[in-house]
Ligand binder design. Structure first.
Ligand code: ADP
Ligand code: MG
Length: 252
């Protein structure tokens, strides 16, 4: 039975997409059939894996019942990694979804026929706690929370954890937090070290050992439409994402 991970944080720019794309690529590279589902209307993960952001069928067609998930899967340049792309129309889903009763189950239902084809499915969430993210949390078994290693890192995390508890109680009792991952860490600054210490003290046992460094190669890889492990397999960012993927798999 495959495991589904939502990569979620209502803040934008914290490293959700980068983490989703690169953890998915590392897991696939390690030999596991892996699926990345892009449910952000900005379609950054879609473009970051080399697919057009306005192609069809997309997750929008799947959620609106016009295509089944299997028909929307695309190959990527990483063996064993497939993509279910986003589309800008998905922005409308935030308005359309709440009008349909039971709409928070749509993604879970759509993925049910294909989830066991993949050892791991990663859901790249938009930067909000709106209906798309709730759909991801209902479809997921675990949540990975990227936390940017900057001042204000802790801000919003309490609200996110409250939302996770609510979803767990009302909609998805299976849901657990896999962990928080510190991203864009600049080891040369005292701020990064202070923030890391503070987050670890605040959430003991929840924060992954691995820390993702701020790394130019990680930032530029999406402009080539590929994960950093293909862009520069030996840079510090690739090493860190391989370590993180191992930790994620080890936590089960
Ligand atoms: P989110 O999906 O949470 O909005 P992204 O993953 O898109 O965040 O990251 C925001 C920006 O920061 C992007 O331009 C991305 O390329 C860049 N970025 C993310 N992680 C790193 C990193 N470790 N080093 C350098 N740049 C990064
Ligand atoms: Mg994103």
């Amino acid at each position: 039975m495959g495991t589904v991970y939502a990569i979620a944080n209502q803040k934008g720019g914290v490293g959700k997409t980068t983490t989703a794309v690169n953890v998915a690529a590392c897991i696939a590279e390690a030999g596991y059939p892996t699926l990345l589902v892009d449910i952000d209307p900005q379609a950054n993960a879609t473009v970051g894996l080399g697919a057009p952001k306005d192609g069809h069928p997309s997750i929008y067609d799947v959620l609106s019942g016009e295509a089944d998930a299997a028909s929307a899967l695309r190959d990527t340049e990483i063996d064993r990694l497939r993509l279910l792309p986003a589309h800008p129309d998905l922005a409308g889903a935030n308005v359309e979804l709440p009008r349909q009763p039971g709409s928070e189950q749509l993604l879970r239902q759509a993925l049910a026929p294909i989830r066991d084809r993949f050892a791991y499915t990663l859901l790249d969430c938009p930067p909000s706690l709106g209906p798309l993210t709730v759909n991801a949390l209902v479809a997921a078994d675990r949540v990975i929370v990227p936390v940017q290693t900057e001042y204000f890192a802790l801000e919003g995390l309490a609200g996110l954890l409250d939302t996770l508890s609510l979803v767990q109680r009302e909609l998805n009792p299976r849901l657990t937090v896999a962990g928080m991952i510190l991203t864009m860490h600049d080891g040369r600054t005292r701020l990064a070290r202070d923030v890391e210490r503070e987050v670890r003290e605040h959430f003991p046992s929840l924060v992954f050992e691995t820390v993702i460094p701020r790394n130019v190669r990680v930032g530029e890889a999406p402009s080539f439409g590929r994960p950093v492990i293909h862009h520069d397999p030996h840079c510090a960012g690739s090493d860190a994402y391989f370590e993180l993927a191992k930790e994620v798999a080890a936590r089960g």
